[in-house]
Write a protein that binds this ligand. Structure first.
Ligand code: ATP
Ligand code: MG
Length: 397
């Protein structure tokens, strides 16, 4: 999967932004309140619309009146993604997914939902999924048939707030819908919390680190038992970064819970996670997350720099970029940061910066700025250029 562009309208401060030519690793910078977290939340919102429905996703964000851009009350929120999907016939297609959400009689509904792509050699994009307020039609793409011979099936969903992608994505014959549904369900929008990561959860399965980090001990146990090579590599990298951390072991507390014990090379017995430093836990959680044997198709991380030693940030940035390359069909990683150190190892093409003008956000791309391109070509480092104020408008006025 590779998202090429994201266009958002009327979603909080994102009244109309279009992020284009998105690479596998994208880093968002910008002053406080310029809309970085809001942009990341667009992905969380889509995922919530799919796991629940449009109404529950809107209510999780305090209701439609709070979510729609100020001054745009009465209009719909619109999100359009262009992305590449690999089809069973081996070909890759660039599909467009459009979702518009609004209110009808004060009830949140899906105003429009479309999934389209261009068949074969050019021509107009064809709507394979076309819905409005719970009604619409879907077409099974049969490469052996002419466009005019494709059969359109009328479908009535259970409710106007349900995504057709969710209902029809269960059916394998709607290949793009089912792929996209599966991908979005696998998106991870991290809301990592150190206090949660220190917890000693009840024993149970965990094949991924969850978004708040509360299953870190279980997930570490999974890596330790099922992927010992990955786990020892993770420990080696941990030891390189956090002085003294010789070993981390998941252990049974004796009452059905799993705890993490961090052993310092200087002592025989290790410390339980709740007694080790914030940065130690956080570094371990990131390294574990990045060791995931089945990387998420999309991973979003906010401000990874907090609590971490600045010199470690460029390495971490490289590891995020490497994560995106590890998945066979490619993954994407979005990071927000306030740290010039983090940017030291990030190519200009990956850097986007947000600005705010009269209450609304706009987005610019490092590679589109001629001066920045020239300076980086001469050997200047993006983090340093940012400090010098050369990302115009990125600094607070
Ligand atoms: N409905 C809305 N319409 C317009 N603006 C809104 C709406 N709801 C919230 N905002 C504003 O959107 C802004 C963007 O906030 P956001 O949290 O995305 O910023 P950020 O770039 O992540 O900042 P920080 O660096 O502090 O984390 C906030 O300043 C908030 O006041
Ligand atoms: Mg933020």
């Amino acid at each position: 999967m590779r998202i090429h562009s994201v266009r958002v309208r009327n979603f909080k401060s994102l009244r109309d932004v279009h992020m284009r030519d998105i690479p596998n690793f994208a880093v968002l910078i910008g002053a406080n309140g310029t809309g970085k977290s809001t942009f990341i939340d667009v992905f969380g919102f889509l995922r919530d619309c799919l796991s629940g429905n449009a109404r529950t996703a809107v209510h999780k964000r305090a209701g439609f009146a709070q979510l729609v851009s100020r001054g745009r009350e009465g209009e719909d929120i619109a999100i359009e993604l262009k992305l590449d999907l690999a089809f069973a016939d081996g070909r890759e297609r660039r599909v467009t997914y459009l979702l518009e959400i609004g209110e009808r009689d004060r009830r949140v509904v899906v105003k429009r939902e479309q999934l389209r792509w261009t068949r074969g050699g050019g021509g107009k994009p064809f709507n394979f999924l076309d819905f409005a307020e719970g009604r619409g039609s879907a077409v099974e793409d049969r490469p052996d048939l002419q466009e005019t011979a494709l059969r359109r099936e009328e479908v009535l969903l259970d409710a106007p707030e349900i995504l057709a992608l969710k209902a029809l994505g269960q059916l394998k014959r709607f290949e793009a819908a089912s792929q996209l549904r599966e991908l979005i369900e696998g998106w991870q929008v991290s809301d990592f919390r150190i206090d949660k990561a220190r917890m000693e959860p009840d024993a149970g399965p965990a094949e991924h680190l969850n978004e708040d980090g509360s299953n870190l001990a279980l997930y570490a146990q999974f890596l330790h038992e099922e992927h010992p090579a990955l786990f020892s590599d993770l420990l080696r990298r941990m030891a390189d970064r956090v002085p003294g951390v010789a070993e981390v072991t998941p252990e049974d507390t004796g009452d059905g819970r799993i705890a993490l014990r961090f052993r310092d090379a200087a002592f025989r017995k290790g410390f339980l996670a709740r007694y080790v430093s914030d940065g130690t836990i956080k570094m371990f959680a990131y390294l574990a997350l990045l060791s995931d044997p089945a990387p998420h198709p999309l991973l979003c991380i906010e401000e990874p720099e907090n609590q971490l030693y600045p010199n470690l940030l460029p390495i971490l940035a490289e590891e995020f970029a490497a994560y995106a390359r590890r998945r066979r069909d490619h993954a994407q990683v979005f990071v927000t940061t306030h740290s010039p150190d983090f940017l030291a190892a990030v190519p200009l093409e990956s850097i986007y910066w947000l600005r705010k003008h009269e209450g609304f956000s706009s987005i610019a791309r490092g590679a589109d700025d001629r001066q920045l391109r020239a300076l980086v070509a001469e050997g200047d480092q993006p983090g340093w250029l940012w400090r010098q104020g050369l990302f115009r408008g990125a600094d607070p006025a």
